[in-house]
Design a protein around this ligand. Structure first.
Ligand SMILES: Cc1ncc(COP(=O)(O)O)c(C=O)c1O
Length: 451
């Protein structure tokens, strides 16, 4: 027992005022640069979520392995990992060499080259549902290709999406992602389908994660109209909510039964839970799966993998798949090098990443619980979520009961102690994190609790 009670801890919020003053004092140059950027850059950051960083978004000059260094000379053990892409850590030598070698031969051709089929062949050999793949640049784009294929394959326009799951920032899918308590109250028990974009959704049918009746009812209410179910098989954007036992099997069965496609959005889980992503980890094969983040190891790359009967719609020209920078050799050189690294030692890299992730997660949980804090963790090895809540959530609405403000104070205290985590409770490990990094992180958490 660390000698604190939950009430003591909640009352002083991990010393958040003192922590904030300390971080501000150490990051004056970041504050100056952020002020400058706000004059010319809309919002001061390049993607809206980054603005939520406390006390303000920091500026970084370099990263190597599991460490990232800011412009004020502070170093952090990094568990943000650029929000997921850095599966091999910062600046992995093999990827760096491949990019430099390719850059001297050309940045992009807008035409065919060997890396396209070389990476495609690697992917079709690793991903269970992949007879073929196609490439784009971001997760948002590739989700659109998947939904378009599902519409073309079925002749239906609607799709099922789960409350709280995230599939990119296109208007068609930026729906029911973190709906507010007011929106939920206004929906009067029904799932919330309000979009964050400007368009109301006409095609998304919103259902509750881990709730079979909700999915059955949606199919019954939209007979012959649902082209696909799309889901994050491990709902990483929603507190890393795992599927309940049998839920993914149920999704596979009900889509088969209704002639709809099952799409796994593996933008986060791909090459992270296992080489073959969530479909390998959970043993369920979808019809289509989307990849971004880890596949490019930090470069802009996304891919759709799928069964031949659906991917053939691209070859036949029924579905348009376009993009000036699609399949660019810089991203594919990075992907080829990254895939070689990830698969070179018969799975040991993944075993180690899982072991370290599990050690860190269990260590944090035990320590925070011993301090009297109600802590809940979810996830799988290299990606987990930590929140302060009384009981484990099973759907988005349950996750709203967590004390997000207290977690934010914990994240700020960690930053002050040299550990960088995302503001929403997600922790990403990479192959570059060592046992020493994990030990240093647990020591930092212990210092926070002992103060
Ligand atoms: C599951 C999931 N799908 C899609 C996306 C969108 O990817 P991108 O940010 O590359 O457009 C994200 C991004 O975080 C994601 O987590």
């Amino acid at each position: 027992m660390l000698g604190h009670s939950w009430n003591d801890m909640a009352a002083n919020n991990f010393n958040s005022s003192a922590r904030e003053a300390s971080v501000r004092a150490k990051t004056a140059e970041s504050a100056r640069l952020y002020n400058r950027a706000q004059q010319s850059l809309a919002g001061g950051v390049s993607t809206s979520l980054r603005r939520s960083a406390r006390p303000y978004p920091l500026y970084f000059s370099s990263g190597k392995g599991a460490a990232i260094h800011d412009v004020d000379g502070n170093s952090y053990v990094d568990y943000a990992m650029a929000w997921g892409p850095l599966i091999l850590g910062h600046a992995p030598p093999a990827v760096e060499r491949a990019i430099v070698a390719q850059a001297s031969r050309g940045l992009t051709y807008g035409a065919q080259h060997n890396l396209e089929y070389e990476v495609a062949e690697r992917l079709t050999s690793i991903i269970p549902c992949a007879d073929q793949v196609c490439f784009a640049n971001s997760g948002t784009e590739i989700v659109q290709v998947a939904l378009r294929l599902a519409r073309a394959a079925t002749g239906r326009r609607k799709f099922l999406k789960f409350e709280g799951h995230y599939h990119g920032w296109d208007d068609s899918v930026l729906l029911s992602y973190r709906p507010s308590a007011e929106q939920i109250a206004a929906a009067n028990g029904a799932p919330v389908g309000v979009g964050l974009g400007q368009l109301p959704s006409t095609q998304a049918v919103i259902v509750e994660w881990n709730n079979r009746q909700s999915v059955e009812a949606a199919f019954a209410a939209n007979p012959g109209e649902i082209s696909a179910i799309i889901c994050e098989p491990l709902a990483c954007n929603c507190s890393c909510l795992p599927p309940l036992d049998g839920f993914l099997e149920f999704l596979r069965e009900i889509t088969n039964r209704h002639g709809a496609l099952l799409i796994f959005d593996e933008v986060i889980t791909g090459f992270r839970l296992a080489p073959g992503g969530a479909q390998e980890h959970y043993g369920i094969t979808p019809d289509l799966a989307t990849y971004a983040k880890a596949i490019g190891a930090g470069t802009p790359l996304s891919a759709l993998a799928g069964k031949r009967e659906f991917m053939d719609l691209i070859a036949s020209g029924k579905v348009v798949h376009a993009g000036t920078l699609n399949g660019n050799p810089i991203s594919l050189a990075a992907a080829k090098a990254a895939l070689d690294e990830l698969t070179k030692d018969g799975g040991n890299i993944y075993r180690e990443m899982h072991r370290r992730g599990d050690t860190l997660r269990a260590g944090l949980q035990t320590m925070l619980q011993a301090a009297g804090l109600p802590v809940v963790t979810n996830g799988v090895g290299p990606v987990f979520h930590l929140s302060f809540a009384a009981s484990p959530p099973r759907n988005y609405r349950d996750t709203m009961k967590a004390d997000a403000a207290l977690y934010s104070d914990f994240a700020l205290a960690l930053l002050d102690e040299g550990v960088m985590v995302l503001p929403d409770g997600r922790w990403y490990l990479s192959t570059a994190h060592t046992d020493d990094d994990v030990a240093a992180t647990l020591a930092a958490a212990r210092r926070i609790l002992e103060q």
